[in-house]
Design a protein around this ligand. Structure first.
Ligand code: SAH
Length: 240
């Protein structure tokens, strides 16, 4: 008998994201406008009827599963990074990826719609999803209902501010330009936008003066150094 206390949902498609690791993914959508993903719909949802009219919306809500944050031991509180990782808030008072039902929601820009073989692919920008994220639903963003400019939002009432102006070692800059050509995307702009925020875990900012960091973007390894207030991209090379 169904008492409506548990539900079974199945994915409608998967995300192919520029972000291959959680580290450096923006905290919310829209913060890094150049961050891109493809949402590849499963064949059963890749019918033109399923999406009819979607091209008339500039932005979509994507509902997804935080598939890399599924934990058995559910905590009642989390420490939002915006609060320096020090203060706690109730899990339902945050947008943390660790939550009783690990469901995420993001408003993103719909840039293009493409068919490749049996799949329909939605090209999305300004994303905050990890690669391979399973998607549960897509809904159009409706400004009159979804945008509330005067809304109160505790510690997140204003967008985080970029704090670094990103500098590049000449070799890294050349590697990024070459990769941009290969991918047909402006990776310099993406890296500028991404690293201008302090992506490091909160405790780093206080304890480590000079450090080197690494992440993967698309099929490339990116490394950068933070020395005091200065951020320099050291290298950008294809992942072997
Ligand atoms: N906009 C969403 C996500 C907020 S949390 C919402 O409000 O529901 C944002 C963090 O989720 C990112 O910093 C990233 O590290 C993490 N994240 C993104 N995709 C994920 C996934 N598939 N599994 C686990 N964590 C993910």
């Amino acid at each position: 008998m169904n008492d409506f206390s548990t539900f079974e949902f199945s994915t409608i498609g998967h995300i192919h994201s520029c972000f291959k690791q959680k580290f450096t993914i923006p905290r919310q959508p829209g913060l890094v406008p150049e961050a891109r993903a493809k949402l590849v719909l499963l064949t059963e949802y890749s019918q033109d009827e399923t999406l009819r009219g979607i091209e008339n919306f500039s932005h979509l809500w994507i509902l997804f599963v935080f598939h890399q944050s599924i934990r058995k031991n559910k905590k009642t509180t989390v420490r939002p990074p915006r609060l320096g990782g020090k203060e706690k808030r109730g899990v339902f008072a945050t947008r943390s990826n660790f939550r009783p039902n690990p469901i995420g929601q993001s408003v993103v820009l719909l840039e293009d719609i493409e068919r490749v073989g049996k799949h329909i692919i939605l090209h999305l920008k300004g994303i905050d999803f990890l690669d391979q994220t399973p998607v549960l639903d897509i809904k159009p963003y409706i400004p009159y209902a979804d945008s509330i400019p005067q809304a109160k939002a505790d510690f997140a009432s204003t967008a985080p501010q970029p704090i670094y102006s990103v500098e590049y070692m000449p070799m890294a800059q050349a590697q990024i330009s070459a990769a941009s050509q290969a991918l047909g995307q402006n990776l310099l702009l993406l890296i500028d936008q991404l690293l201008s925020y302090d992506a490091r875990p909160a405790f780093y900012a206080e304890t480590v003066e000079k450090s080197i960091f690494y992440t993967q973007l698309y099929d490339y390894d990116l490394s950068w150094q933070i020395d005091g207030g200065k951020l320099t991209v050291l290298s950008f090379s294809i992942r072997l």
